[in-house]
Ligand binder design. Structure first.
Ligand SMILES: Cc1ncc(C[n+]2csc(CCOP(=O)(O)OP(=O)(O)O)c2C)c(N)n1
Ligand SMILES: CC(=O)[C@@H](O)[C@H](O)COP(=O)(O)O
Ligand SMILES: [Mg+2]
Length: 641
C-alpha cells in the first residue's frame, strides 16, 4: 500500500454539497488534491487512469456549480468517473475499485444516487441526459428530483453515431440540457475520423487563436453569458472563420473552446450556463488525457488503462505472462494469412491495441481500418468490403459487437456476405464487469441462417480457426476467444483449416459424455482428472462449432452414453440450446437420455477476477465435477449422506 497523500481540503469533503461552501481558491486546491488521490488510488488498484486525470478540474467545477444528485451528471463510458466517485462519498472505498465486491470501474446506479446513469459502453450519455431532461419537463419523479441534465462526453465517444442521433433529437426538442465535450484529442488510441480533425480546427485554426483569448476574456468577464455584444462578436468571428459550428447547426448553443483545466474558466462558464441556458448547450472543453501525472501524459495511450503501479516512477506491476495472449495469437495468425492473400483486410472500431490489429495496421496499412467508435458502421463497412471482393476480418469485442447486431443480420447474414468476425473478449472478462462481459455472441450469432460460429479451446485451435475463416468464402463466419493468456500449447506453424461443422474427440470414456465449446475445455480436463481418480471416466469432446453442429459426433455420443453435458462460456440460447434442439428434433429425449447444459446464469455478474466470476457462474472444474456426479446419480447420494 502506498503512503496516503496529504489532502486537507479533500478531507473536508463528505459530499458534493461541501463544495458549494468552498471559495474558488479552495476549489482549485481541492482539484490538485483530488488528482493526487486519484493517482494514489489507481496505483493500488489499476484501472482507467488517464481519462479521470483529464477531468479532475471539470469534476470539481461540476459538483461545485451544480447540485447532484438532483442535477444529473452523466459520464460517457464513465471510465473517467473515479474523481467523481471520490467526491461523492466513496473515497473510503475507492481502493476497492474493480475488485470483487468493490466499487465498479464505471458509474452504476445501484452503487450510488450520484451515479445518475450507468455506462461502460460509449456514446450513451447524451441520449440519457435528454431522457432525464424530458422526464423533468414532463413531471417525472425520482427520489432526488430532476434538475439539470449534464452529459460529459469525450471526443472519441462523440464520433459514434448514437451521439449524433441524440444531438439531432435534442436540437429538435430544444430542452434545456448541457453537453460537455471533453476534448483531449484521444480515444483509447489516437482518434481517427473527420470529426477529430474538425474539432481540432475549432481550436487550433488561426482565426480562433484570437477568439480563444477573446472567449477567455469575454466569457470570464461575463456575469451574463449571452450578453449580446460579446456573444455577437464571438459568433461573428466564428462564422467568419468556419461558419456556425456543427453543434449549432444541430440546435445547440456552442460555448468554447475553453480550457478544461482552468478552474476560473470552468466555474465562470458553468455558473453562466446554469443561470441562463434555456435550451441545449454544448460546452467544448479542451483537456489533456493523463493530465498532471507525467508517466500517463507521456504514455502512448496517455494512461488509458494501467496495471497497479509505483507512483514515483510510474512503473507498472504487470504479472509475467506464461503464454501469449489470445489476442496476440489471433493477430499473428491473421498477419500470416494476410501475407499470403492480399484480399485479407482488417477492421477495428477504435480498438487497434485491444484487438491486436496495431501490428497489422503497421504492416498492412492500406488494408487495415480503424473506423472510430462506430461498430455499426464497422460491420456494414465490412459487408461492403466483402461485397466488393475483399476478405474482411471485422475484429470487435463480443460486448461491443452487440452494438452492430442489426448490421450483422441485415447487411451481412441475409446477404450471406463472407465477413469474418473475430470476436475477442468472449465470455466473462473480469474487472470491467457486466457491461463488458462477452456473454451473448453465441446466442445472437448462431441463430442466424448461414452463419458459421466457432469457439477456440486454446491458442492452437484459435490459429486453426483464423486459417479456416480466411478460406471460408461461402458466407459469414465468426470465431470467439477470451480475454487474457492462452494455455501454453504449441501453436502450429502451418495450421490447416478445420472441416466446417466438425468437432474433435478429446478422450474416450463411458457413462457420461462432456461436449465442450470454447476454453471451458481446460476446466473440463481438470474435472476429468479428479473424476478419474474416483473411477469415473467421462468421454470428452470439443465441439469447435456451435453452427453448424457436428450432428454425427453428437448422435454418436448420445448413442454410446447415458448422459450428455454441454458447457460453454455463454448465456442460455447458445451452443447448449442448439444441441438440445437437435436432440429434440431427433427424438433422442424419447429414450431417456440425461442431458445438462452448463451455461452462464440468467443474471449480470459483477466485476471480479475471471476465475471468481466463473465460480459465481458455476462453470469451473469443481462445478463440472459436481454436475457429472449429479447426472450419474452419485452426488445425490453424497448430498443425502
Ligand atoms: C461502444 C463502445 N465501443 C468501444 C469502447 C471502448 N472504449 C472505451 S473508452 C474508449 C475511448 C473513449 O474516448 P473518449 O470518449 O475520447 O474518452 P477519453 O478516454 O479520451 O476520456 C473506447 C473506444 C466502449 N467503451 N464502448
Ligand atoms: C473502458 C473501455 O471500454 C475499455 O477501455 C475496455 O475496458 C478495454 O477492455 P480490455 O482491457 O479488455 O481491452
Ligand atoms: Mg478523448
Amino acid at each position: 500500500m502506498t503512503d496516503r497523500p496529504i489532502t486537507p481540503t479533500l478531507d473536508k469533503v463528505q459530499s458534493p454539497a461541501d463544495l458549494h461552501r468552498m471559495s474558488d481558491a479552495e476549489l482549485r486546491r481541492l482539484a490538485d488534491e483530488l488528482r493526487i488521490e486519484t493517482i494514489s488510488a489507481v496505483s493500488e488498484t489499476g484501472g482507467h487512469l488517464g481519462a479521470g486525470l483529464g477531468v479532475v478540474e471539470l469534476t470539481v467545477a461540476l459538483h461545485a456549480v451544480f447540485d447532484a444528485p438532483k442535477d444529473k451528471i452523466i459520464w460517457d463510458v464513465s471510465h473517467q468517473c473515479y474523481p467523481h466517485k471520490i467526491l461523492t462519498g466513496r473515497r473510503d472505498r475507492i481502493r476497492t475499485l474493480r475488485t470483487k465486491d468493490g466499487l465498479s470501474g464505471f458509474t452504476k446506479r445501484s452503487e450510488s444516487p450520484y451515479d445518475a446513469f450507468g455506462a461502460g459502453h460509449s456514446s450513451t450519455s447524451i441520449s440519457a441526459a435528454l431522457g432525464f431532461a424530458v422526464a423533468r419537463d414532463l413531471g417525472g419523479v425520482t427520489p432526488e428530483g430532476v434538475g439539470d441534465a449534464i452529459a460529459v462526453i469525450g471526443d472519441g465517444s462523440m464520433s459514434a453515431g448514437m451521439a449524433f442521433e441524440a444531438m439531432n433529437n435534442a436540437g429538435h426538442l430544444d430542452k434545456r440540457m448541457i453537453v460537455i465535450l471533453n476534448d483531449n484529442e484521444m480515444s483509447i488510441a489516437e482518434p481517427t475520423g473527420a470529426l477529430s480533425s474538425y474539432l481540432s480546427r475549432l481550436y487550433t485554426g488561426e482565426p480562433f487563436q484570437d477568439l480563444r483569448s477573446a472567449a477567455k476574456g469575454a466569457v470570464s468577464l461575463l456575469p451574463e453569458p449571452f450578453r449580446e455584444g460579446a456573444k455577437r462578436a464571438k459568433d461573428m468571428l466564428k462564422h467568419m472563420a468556419i461558419g456556425g459550428t456543427m453543434f449549432e447547426e444541430l440546435g445547440f448553443s456552442y460555448i468554447g473552446p475553453i480550457d478544461g483545466h482552468d478552474m476560473d474558466q470552468l466555474l465562470s462558464v458553468l455558473r453562466t450556463v446554469k443561470a441562463r441556458a434555456d435550451g441545449p448547450v454544448l460546452i467544448h472543453a479542451i483537456t489533456k488525457k493523463g493530465k498532471g501525472y507525467a508517466p500517463a501524459e507521456s504514455a502512448r495511450d496517455k494512461g488509458h488503462a494501467t496495471a497497479k503501479f509505483d507512483v514515483p516512477s510510474g512503473k507498472q506491476h504487470k504479472a509475467p505472462s506464461n503464454a501469449p495472449s489470445y489476442t496476440n495469437v489471433f493477430a499473428e495468425a491473421l498477419m500470416k494469412e494476410a501475407a499470403k492473400d492480399s484480399k485479407i483486410c482488417a477492421i477495428t472500431a477504435a480498438m487497434p491495441d485491444g484487438t491486436g490489429l496495431k501490428k497489422f495496421m503497421e504492416r498492412y496499412t492500406s488494408r487495415c481500418f480503424d473506423v472510430g467508435i462506430a461498430e455499426q458502421h464497422a460491420v456494414t463497412f465490412s459487408a461492403g468490403l466483402a461485397a466488393g471482393g475483399m476478405k474482411p476480418f471485422c475484429a470487435i469485442y463480443s460486448t461491443f459487437l452487440q452494438r452492430g447486431y442489426d448490421q450483422v443480420v441485415h447487411d451481412v447474414a441475409i446477404q450471406r456476405l463472407p465477413v469474418r468476425f473475430a470476436i475477442d473478449r468472449a465470455g466473462l472478462v473480469g474487472s470491467d464487469g457486466a457491461t463488458h462481459a462477452g456473454s451473448y455472441d453465441i446466442a445472437f450469432m448462431a441463430n442466424l441462417p448461414g452463419m458459421v460460429v466457432m469457439a477456440a479451446a486454446d491458442e492452437a485451435e484459435l490459429t486453426r480457426m483464423v486459417v479456416t475463416a480466411a478460406q471460408h468464402d461461402e458466407g459469414p463466419i465468426a470465431f470467439r476467444f477470451p480475454r487474457g493468456e492462452g494455455v501454453g500449447v504449441e501453436i502450429p506453424e502451418n495450421a490447416e483449416p478445420l472441416e466446417i461443422g466438425k468437432g474433435r474427440m478429446i478422450v474416450e470414456g463411458s457413462g457420461v459424455a462432456i461436449l465442450s465449446f470454447g476454453t471451458r475445455l481446460q476446466e473440463v480436463m481438470q474435472a476429468v482428472e479428479v473424476l478419474n481418480a474416483k473411477g469415473i471416466t467421462p468421454t470428452v469432446a470439443d465441439a469447435r462449432f456451435a453452427k453448424p453442429l457436428d450432428r454425427d459426433l453428437i448422435l454418436d455420443l448420445v448413442a454410446k452414453h447415458d448422459a450428455l453435458i454441454t458447457i460453454e462460456e455463454g448465456a442460455v440460447g447458445g451452443f447448449g440450446s442448439h444441441v438440445a434442439q437437435l436432440l429434440a428434433d431427433e427424438g433422442v429425449f424419447d429414450h431417456g437420455l440425461k442431458f445438462r447444459s452448463m451455461v452462464l446464469p440468467d443474471t449480470f455478474i459483477d466485476h471480479a477476477s475471471p476465475r471468481d466470476m466463473y465460480a459465481t457462474a458455476s462453470l469451473n472444474a469443481e462445478d463440472i465435477e459436481t454436475k457429472v456426479l449429479e447426472v450419474l446419480g452419485v452426488a445425490s447420494v453424497a448430498k443425502r449422506a
